[in-house]
Design a protein around this ligand. Structure first.
Ligand code: SAM
Length: 362
């Protein structure tokens, strides 16, 4: 569903409030981070219907009463807590999701640890088409070769964010990918090997080939070795942005999950053309992505649009979470057609099963 092709139906007063939330959003966000990392929110959650006083919270968290109160006044303005009988802090609905919802936690940690400092350079990134915010972590052309060398906390939040979304979808799509009984699957952008492992466990005969940057493949090989299945995989360290980077030949299914959003439209087209070259009439290419115009829930569209700006400021300066229509045009231009188009997978993925358009490519 498209959530923003019509004006928002709210009063001027509410619109002004929304504008203030934006004006102070970094302050609000840091208040939430502090409430989480000092455990103040957890203590309020644990206190349940009784609530907790500022003094009790100050003692437990070893923060001054001043600190507790100033943070919780802001939290009350955000609907995270409410105050009963002058001094009893109780968890409110938004607070419930902040403290208990795994998606919110993955997003908060990603925003704080990976994005927060770098986002200060968004304007420069937009103007130059380069990930200007990445300099807060070092001198890298994109975030991908840096992934395994990022500070531990940053790395953890990046991988938890990435895995959170794909983990929810992998079990749902496995039966679809295996419908045509593939003997060999090529996992493009295989990362830490989660999909490869899911396939190896799902079908005892399938073989996997994986393409990714060398840094990621070292981690992947270790993870597969830990499960004793190295003999069923082959890795192909490849920079798919390199001119004429060869695609692994010999897979009947090519799999790209949360991969093509790492590239600009021109780069996606070149990568897809490279895949088409090694495809036959029988093979299929599956693309799993989140599209901003294919979401059932407004919260999902919001997350996706914010994630696009992470790509701009930190990942590579020129990619994003795409509109499905733009993506389908690239698929067709590369010489493919969409045979199956399935929405609402996991937490908002769409799966395209693509085939080679034999009339165009041979
Ligand atoms: C967002 S992760 C997706 C991981 C996994 N497929 C999933 O669904 O969770 C993107 C992956 O693409 C890889 N990648 C990015 N740029 C690449 C390039 N130029 N060549 C090869 N792989 C690349 C990254 O190293 C990373 O493992």
């Amino acid at each position: 569903m498209d959530y923003y092709s019509h004006p928002k139906d709210i009063s001027a007063l509410d619109a002004k409030l929304e504008a203030q939330k934006i004006a102070f959003s970094p302050i609000a966000f840091q208040a939430v981070m502090t409430l989480l990392r000092t455990d103040i929110l957890k203590y309020i959650c644990d206190a349940g219907e009784q609530g907790a006083t500022a003094k009790e919270l100050a003692d437990k968290s070893e923060i001054s009463t001043y600190g507790v109160k100033v943070l919780l006044d802001m939290a009350a303005s955000m609907g995270i807590v409410w105050i009963e009988n002058i001094d009893h802090y109780r968890l409110d609905k938004t607070g419930h999701f902040i403290i208990n919802d795994k998606m919110t936690q993955a997003n908060i940690n990603f925003t704080q640890d990976v994005c927060y400092e770098g986002m200060f350079h968004l304007e420069q990134a937009i103007r130059t088409g380069t990930p200007s915010g990445l300099k807060v972590f070092g001198d890298w052309p994109t975030i991908y070769p840096a992934l395994t060398s990022l500070p531990e906390k940053v790395k953890k939040s990046w991988f938890e964010f990435d895995h959170f979304y794909s983990d929810h979808s992998f079990p749902e799509v496995l039966p679809i990918i295996f419908e045509d009984k593939p003997k060999c699957i090529l996992d493009v952008g295989g990362n830490t090997g989660k999909w490869t492992l899911a396939c190896l466990h799902h079908n005892k005969d399938v073989r996997m080939a994986i393409m990714d940057l060398p840094q990621q493949l070292t981690v992947l090989q270790k993870n597969i070795a830990d499960q004793g299945m190295l003999d069923r995989i082959e890795v192909h360290p490849t920079d798919l942005l390199a001119k004429d980077a060869p695609f692994y030949q010999g897979a009947d299914v090519i799999w790209m999950s949360q991969f093509l959003d790492c590239f600009s439209e021109d780069q996606i087209l070149e990568i897809l053309k490279g895949a088409v070259k090694v495809m036959s009439q029988e093979s299929s290419l599956f693309i799993m992505e989140t599209y901003c115009d294919r979401q059932r829930f407004e919260a999902a569209t919001y997350c996706i649009n914010a994630t696009s700006l992470y790509f701009t400021a930190l990942a590579n300066g020129n990619s994003r979470m795409y509109h499905s229509g733009d993506f389908i045009k690239l698929i067709q231009k590369a010489g493919l057609y969409v045979e199956k188009d399935i929405d609402d997978i996991g937490l908002g993925h769409t799966l395209f099963k693509c085939r080679k358009n034999m009339r165009l490519t041979d």
